[in-house]
Design a protein around this ligand. Structure first.
Ligand code: ACM
Length: 699
């Protein structure tokens, strides 16, 4: 487990010029520039470029249709942000431009790893200039300009600023698992829009799983016909998505996870499997036994054809072959596989997987692609050209780099685990063991990817599990390493989150719809009470949800309180940081005490308003243990706060009793598969209230 980063409040802007004023920032003050990711170099000035109906966008230098479409999207987005009625087409006269964009030459026909994404953006009161070597930098710079546009007392405007920007890492990805829960194209498109907004450049598309094979294959139609419940992407849809991603400067890396995670392949093609079948689409979650037969030439003949077909559809240079979590049980149980192994001197199942992996990598290379896979594909002797995606940690990433392999980090960026933005933000691809690599070895660390595994997300709530936290990960991957102050990140995240909804994501709006579904015909008071707990709670973290209650499957509706709550409750986070501030004032700040008190009173009194609704809604009833746990826990914290303010200390015995009580309430909340994120703050209040604790105990 990684620990929360307690960095000092760093000044996160590089302020260079004498002609411009320096930005200094205190933890609580609103950020001067709501940029995320923070550019490599920012010089601020004074004043604004007015953004009004007269706004004109113009291009100079190299032109291509993709830039025209980028211009249209830019104007549409600027309209959404300001509601200004803007000229829908750019003016032809660059001299009249409000924002003049220039670029020198085309980017690569197929976007490549490490292509130049740099740009400069200069905003003055009389106009702005964006310059980039190629259209990729233009795309990045247009997003920065959109983020700069803000409301001012005199209308909308962009602050005077001079930016020189380029990414720290060349591989900045988001993986979406379309296998476990199918995600319609529209869901993917809006997430690509979100990626563009925060300068991510790789969409890793996890396309096959035990629970579904999601791509139309003309060569082997039984793969998608029998392996997908009819939920798959046609090749035409895929081509459309690839074009959509290219327009946004995003590479698309397909993943077909083999030899494990492959049950859905075997429904139509049991001959590929190591067991005797028949196979059905898996409905449960976990690691399963079915695995491809690595000893059969039929397997490789099939994969050769299949990879050949897919390699023609997906233009990217990289092709992901998965390789994770093979438990070897089907291999052990198959006498033919065992005797093959012995006959060929393959000492164990790891070596057998290495053999499979090597054969598949040869096929990938034969079809013109570079293989990428999870940690498991790194075995002695594998060619240095492959890329390792580390889900196990920076240690394995560092070990790979030491041996000369390129790698990307995903451990620490699993957004399905429900961690806070700060916890993800503290994870650095060059942190941990990778910090000790030589500069040459560090160059092999290409970047990282947020991973959205989809056991507990569906099209309705997936955005909320990705955003806004992935914006913080995007900053980690784009911005200089010393841009790492969580207070600054949290100060900027709310506006970035709003912006992400304006580009079309649903990560906040979904919650109201889910609350209304749970509520049915609720009174305004009941609805408000339900909203209050949904906003205060979080889903249980890591994989604990699988251990609570009835075994979930892909058929289980995701309509419960655990599905409606955000992975990170803003309200609870703000409450907790206020408790820290209060304790830091030695509990002397009376205004803070009364704010804390008001919140605790609200939480403590909430459950009673929700009870009538629990009688009428099974979904609210299911949330009842959590609702009453929150109210009771807040009651305990309120009593502690009152003791602090009245100077009546808790005895050690009572302290222990109350802390035990809080732990029991947390377990009670788990029954609804949620956690009370403010609980540690409640505990701090109890500790502070105890005789000999942090706060004065008598007045
Ligand atoms: C993985 O999480 N098994 C890649």
């Amino acid at each position: 487990m990684r620990s929360f980063f307690h960095g000092k409040i760093a000044v996160f802007l590089t302020v260079l010029s004498l002609a411009f004023g320096a930005i200094s920032m205190r933890a609580q003050s609103p950020p001067a520039l709501n940029l995320m990711p923070m550019p490599a170099k920012v010089q601020t000035g004074s004043g604004f470029l007015k953004v009004d109906e007269s706004f004109r966008l113009s291009f100079a230098g190299y032109r291509e249709p993709r830039l025209d479409r980028a211009a249209q999207r830019f104007l549409e987005q600027l309209h959404r942000q300001t509601a200004l009625v803007l000229a829908s087409r750019e003016t032809v006269d660059p001299a009249k431009a409000t924002l003049l964009v220039s670029t020198e030459q085309e980017s690569k026909t197929v976007q490549e790893l490490g292509e130049d994404e740099s740009y400069t953006l200069d905003v003055t009161p009389s106009g702005a200039k964006l310059h980039a070597a190629n259209p990729l930098g233009v795309l990045r710079g247009l997003q920065t300009f959109l983020q700069l546009v803000t409301i001012t007392p005199d209308g909308f405007g962009a602050p005077v600023v001079s930016i020189q920007d380029q990414p720290r890492f060349s591989w900045r990805g988001l993986m979406i698992d379309s296998g476990r829960h199918f995600m319609p194209i529209a869901v993917l498109e809006r997430n690509l829009d979100g990626m563009e907004a925060v300068k991510l450049n790789v969409f890793h598309w996890h396309l096959s799983e035990n629970q579904g094979f999601r791509v139309e294959s003309h060569k082997y139609p039984k793969l998608h016909e029998l392996g997908s419940d009819g939920l798959y992407y046609t090749q035409e849809e895929i081509r459309g998505l690839l074009a959509y991603a290219r327009d946004r400067g995003i590479r698309v890396v397909p993943e077909f996870d083999i030899p494990g995670h492959s049950t859905a392949w075997f429904v139509g093609h049991p001959e590929l499997a190591s067991g005797s079948g028949p196979y059905q689409i898996e409905r449960k979650w976990g690691v399963f036994d079915p695995a491809m037969d690595p000893t059969s030439e039929k397997t490789y003949k099939f994969l050769n054809e299949f990879i050949g077909e897919m390699a023609k559809i997906f233009p990217d240079a990289f092709f992901h072959i998965g390789g994770d979590e093979v438990n070897g049980k089907e291999w052990d149980a198959n006498p033919g596989i065992q005797s093959y192994r012995k006959a060929h001197g393959i000492k164990d199942n790891n070596a057998l997987q290495a053999y499979f992996s090597q054969r598949v990598q040869e096929l990938v290379v034969k079809h013109g692609k570079t293989p990428i896979g999870w940690d498991e594909i790194l075995v002695p002797g594998v060619p240095k050209s492959i890329v390792i995606q580390s889900w196990r940690g920076t240690d394995s990433l560092a070990a790979a780099a030491k041996q000369g392999y390129r790698g990307i980090l995903s451990n620490g960026y699993y957004v399905d685990l429900g961690w806070s933005a700060a916890r993800h933000y503290a994870v650095d691809p060059l942190g941990g063991a990778a910090a000790n690599l030589t500069p040459e070895e560090q160059k092999l660390v290409l970047g990282g990817e947020a991973c959205m595994w989809s056991e507990y997300v569906d099209p309705e709530n997936i955005d909320s599990r990705i955003w806004p936290r992935t914006a913080a990960i995007a900053e980690r991957l784009w911005s200089p390493a010393d841009v790492r102050d969580p207070a600054s990140m949290y100060a900027r995240l709310p506006l970035i989150s709003q912006r992400l909804e304006r580009v079309g994501l649903n990560h906040r709006a979904y919650q109201r719809r889910m609350i209304e579904r749970m509520a049915g015909t609720a009174s305004p008071d009941e609805l408000a009470a339900l909203q209050l707990i949904v906003e205060a709670l979080e889903p249980v973290k890591d994989y604990n949800r699988e251990e609570i209650g009835a075994e979930p499957t892909s058929q289980t509706p995701l309509n419960r309180v655990a599905d409606a709550v955000h992975p990170e409750s803003d309200i609870s986070r703000l409450f907790s940081s206020k408790v820290d501030d209060y304790l830091a004032s030695s509990c002397k700040d009376v205004a803070m005490a009364s704010e804390l008190r008001a919140k605790l009173v609200q939480w403590a009194g909430n459950d009673v308003h929700l009870r009538p609704l629990a009688e009428r809604s099974f979904l609210v009833k299911e949330a009842s243990p959590a609702s009453s746990a929150l109210s009771q826990a807040a009651e305990v914290a309120l009593a502690a706060l009152d003791r602090i303010t009245l100077g009546v200390p808790l005895s050690p015995d009572l302290r222990k009793q109350q802390l035990d009580g809080l732990n029991a309430l947390e377990l009670q909340a788990h029954k609804a598969q949620v956690t009370i994120p403010a609980l540690p703050a409640f505990q701090k209040l109890i500790e502070a209230a105890t005789a000999g604790g942090a706060c004065p105990t008598s007045k």
